[in-house]
Design a protein around this ligand. Sequence first.
Ligand SMILES: *Cc1c(COP(=O)(O)O)cnc(C)c1O
Length: 371
Amino acid sequence: MDKMVKFFDYRGVFLTKRQEYMERIKKVLSSGYYILGPEVERFEINFAEYIGAKEAIGVGNGTDALLLALMAIGVGNGDEVISVSHTFIATIEVIHLLGAKPVLVDVADDHNMDVEQACEMISEKTKAIIPVQLNGRVCSRMDLLCQITDEKGIFLIEDAAQAVGAKFKGKNAGTFGHAGCFSFYPAKVLGAFGDAGAIVTNRKEIGEKIKKMRNHGRGANGVVEIWGLNSRLDSIHAATLIQSLLYLEEWIKKRREIAATYNSGLGSIAELRLPPPPAENEDHYDVYQNYEIEAEDRDRLKEYLEKKGIETAIQWGGIPVHKHPGLGFDDIELPKTEALFKKALLLPIYPTLEEWQVEYVIEEIHKFYGR
Ligand SMILES: *Cc1c(COP(=O)(O)O)cnc(C)c1O
C-alpha cells in the first residue's frame, strides 16, 4: 500500500515557505558571517523573548545544550544527577560524559518524571535534577520540584528539547530552573534544517559561562578563561530559525488542533489511553511534540496501521535508557516505565498533516479494534 500518512514530513516546512527560507539563506551566504555574528545574535534575542527568559545562547544541538548547561553548573566526578529513563539517551549520556553518576527514576501517569520518587533519590551527592518535559508537556509537579531543589541547594536543569512553547501555570518550559535546554532537530516543534539547539537562563553568571564555553572557553580578545568546546549555532540555521519563529505559534495551534481531533475521535476506544486533550486543564499548555498513546496489543496495531499506509513510531526504538545493555543500569527496575514501553505508540502529528489524514488514522484504529 502507498504511504498515506508519513510519521513526519521532513520537507513539508521548507516546501510551504521555500522563498522565505531561501532569501534568509542567501543573505547569510552573501554576508560572510558564517560563524556567530548578527543572525545568531538576532535569533538569541528573539528566542529569549519568545520563551520569556533573560538570555538565550545558540549552540550546536540539543545534546550540547544539556552538556554545556551541566558544565556551567560544575557537574563532575563524584556527583549524582537525577533524571528519567523515558528520555532520549542524550539526557543521560552527558551526565556520564562529565564523570557524574546518572540516577534514573520512574515516570508518572503523564509520562513525565515521577517527582516524588526523584525527591526520595536525593542524596548528599545530588548536584542536579533534570526533568524532561516530554512530548511537549511540562511535568505537573514542577512546583514541588522547584521548591525541593531550592530548599536543598540542588541545580534544576530542564530538558525542554520537546517542549518549546509549552507552559505550566503560564510559565514557559525552560524557565523554571537554572537553565533550560532546547533542541531544534528537524523533527522538533521548532525544527531547523539540520542540527541546532539553544540554552535559556535567567542567571547572568550561568549565561556568561555558557557563552564562553560554547566557543572554547574564550572571552574577549580570544583569551581562554575556562575549559570549553566548539558548539556554536551555525549562522545559516540561526537565519532560518528567525523565520520559523514567526510561524511557531501557528504550528503549535495546528498541533493542538490535531491532538484535539485524536482525543475526540479515539476517546471511545477502551483499549487506548490517550494524552490529556489540549483544553483539559488550565494549568497546562501542551505543544504536542508527540502524541503518545498507550495501546493494548500495540505491536499488532502498529503492524496493522503500517499495512494501511500509516507510519507510527515508538520512542527511543522501544527501549528506555536503563534497558540498553552495557550502560550499567542492569540492577535497576522502573516498573511504570517498563510497563509503559509495552504499550507506548506515537501517532503522526505535525503542522502539514492534513485533516483527511488525521481522520483516516482514527478510522483505521477503530477498525483494528473491531468497531
Ligand atoms: C531531541 C532530544 C534531545 C537531543 O537533541 P539533539 O538536538 O538531537 O541533540 C534531548 N532530549 C530529548 C528529550 C530529545 O527529544
